[in-house]
Design a protein around this ligand. Structure first.
Ligand code: NAP
Ligand code: MG
Length: 498
């Protein structure tokens, strides 16, 4: 079994309490790693180190070219370890090897490279309109914010770790990262690689341990300048509350209940598979999963029939097996949660078109079958709350306006999708969906260069692209006066004319 300590101030150390916890493989239900269980005290030591490293200028003071070289070197070391990372991620998170090798790991490495390059290519000076009277040069200096606390979820652990660390480091910040307790392994492997690089000590620390202690300390500690969090909306609210004591900057990437609106003229050949991919990728444990499907009454029955035929043939099993379509949920607790929602759907009058149970042929692993509910009303719990499991709620509509109203009738606004062959109509719908991303005839397409984040209670701020980079910078306006003579100053005569 792998053993991991805390990575603090460039050293691998045990938790102060000496405590550890086990990490399970959700397919075998067996422990695959033992990890140090950090506490508030460990988090404080890491934060102090990050504070010292930031204030010394050991990282932010390096020429951007040098920061770029160190980050690129880390990206190359990650690329050299790609196949090991793919295997570890699959065993830790239960995501299929198809997903970890086609999206999560190479996507994360690509993102690391992208931000490494931005470290030297983004201008840290931006000119402002000059002033003629009084004559002055004006510009913006983009500076790092300082110590960034970063807290991530379990669904795409490596990609999440990179999308927090890489932009923060590229902009010159120092970081304390807390991985999710279900899936800390690849973030700790990333720390190993950072440790082997020329990254100065204290710039990056990775502290594993419970959200209720390590996470809360990061969000509340006055030495932290910014908290960046990805996870549930409920915990996001708590993070904001804790961060408010010292008015920290916050970036929140929270939950979603993304609508998928199929118009009558959609190309079924692609849309059927697209809808299934939208909801069942990673067993539905994706914040942008298309979990509410809006179908016009005219095509509802036939469309559902085709969805059910395909969903019931999806292959569940060992995520390490290339033939597996869907792996297990991350934990027994998560499976309980999903099953609770299935019960609630039935209790509120929705009907199962397929799924709803654990697959009989699999004795181990936290599986739930691909599940489709019909006769769903948009105000039911299964249509309003984030399930984070393989559950699709199908809702009938009679006009596109009604579909849009229902699509927007949610506290969330992370993503949405429209399926239609008429780009004009699709664009009209896309404009009316209140969310941070809308796909037309696609789902899940997220590119390192494109902004990602939520409207409404799905979050604050954006990640990815230059947008994500700027979230890790402060904007300083510098006013450089060009009027030398006292009598020519604007204020001459206003205060001191003598
Ligand atoms: P979660 O329960 O909110 O946990 C996320 C992280 O916060 C974990 O590291 C957790 O630590 C920590 N945490 C828990 N309670 C905390 C507290 N009181 N103070 C500080 N930190 C705390 O979310 P999850 O169940 O891991 O992930 C699923 C959620 O993430 C879903 O809602 C999903 O939509 C969202 N998500 C959003 C995006 C996005 O970009 N918008 C992407 C992926 C996932 P422990 O693991 O130790 O409990
Ligand atoms: Mg795990």
């Amino acid at each position: 079994m792998r053993q991991y300590q805390l990575y603090i101030n460039g050293e691998w150390i045990d938790a102060k309490s000496g405590g550890t916890f086990k990490v399970l493989n959700p397919y075998t239900e067996e422990a695959i790693a033992e990890v140090a269980k950090g506490s508030r005290e460990d988090a404080q030591i890491a934060i102090d180190a990050a504070r010292k490293a930031f204030d010394s200028g050991i990282w932010s003071g390096l020429p951007p070219q040098r920061r770029c070289e160190i980050l690129l070197d880390i990206a190359e070391r990650l690329a050299a370890k790609q196949s090991e990372l793919i295997e570890l991620e699959t065993k830790d998170a239960g995501m299929t090897t198809r997903m970890s090798s086609m999206a999560d790991i190479p996507g994360g490495i690509g993102q690391f490279r992208y931000y490494a390059e931005l470290a030297r290519s983004v201008p840290f000076y931006e000119g402002l309109p000059p002033m003629e009277f009084p004559t002055s040069y004006n510009f913006v200096l983009r500076e790092p914010i300082g110590v960034c606390g970063q807290i991530i979820p379990w669904n795409a652990p490596f990609l999440m770790a990179v999308s927090k660390l890489a932009p923060a480091l590229a902009a010159g910040n120092t970081v304390v990262l807390k991985p999710a307790s279900y899936t800390p392994i690849t973030a700790l492997e990333l720390a190993k690689i950072i440790d082997e690089s020329d990254m100065p000590k204290g710039v990056v620390s990775v502290v594993t341990g419970p959200g209720s202690t390590v996470g809360e300390e990061i969000a509340a500690n006055p030495k932290v300048d910014k908290v960046s969090f990805t996870g549930s909306t409920e915990v996001g609210r708590r993070i904001m509350e804790l961060a408010s004591s010292t008015v920290k900057k916050v970036t929140l990437e929270l939950g979603g209940k993304s609508p998928v609106i199929v118009l009558e003229d959609a190309n079924w050949d692609v849309a059927i598979d697209g809808v299934l991919y939208g909801v069942y990728l990673h067993s539905g444990q994706i914040c942008v999963a298309g979990t509410r499907l809006f179908l016009p009454g005219s095509i509802h029955d036939e469309f559902v029939e085709k969805l059910v035929a395909k969903a019931s043939h999806m292959k569940l099993g060992d995520p390490m097996d290339w033939g597996t379509d869907m792996g297990p949920l991350v934990s027994a607790e998560q499976r309980d949660r999903v099953e609770g929602y299935i019960k609630s759907g039935l209790g509120q009058g929705a009907r199962l078109a397929c799924g709803g149970a654990r697959p009989k042929e699999l004795e181990k692993g936290y599986f739930v079958e691909p599940t489709i509910f019909i006769d769903v009303k948009n105000d039911m719990k299964i249509a309003q709350e984030e399930i984070f499991g393989p559950v699709l709620s199908v809702i009938k509509y009679s006009s596109v306006d009604e579909a849009i109203d229902m699509a927007n009738d949610t506290i969330y606004g992370l993503a949405g999708a429209v399926w239609s062959e008429d780009m004009g109509r699709a664009m009209d719908v896309a404009k009316k969906i209140r969310s941070g991303t809308v796909w037309i005839n696609e789902h899940h397409m997220i590119d390192t260069r494109h902004p990602f984040g939520g409207y409404k209670q799905s979050g604050i701020g954006r990640e990815m692209g230059i947008y994500g980079f700027h979230e890790y910078t402060e904007i300083k306006h510098v006013y450089m006066d060009l009027v030398r003579k006292r009598e020519s100053k604007l204020w001459y005569g206003m205060v001191c004319s003598g």
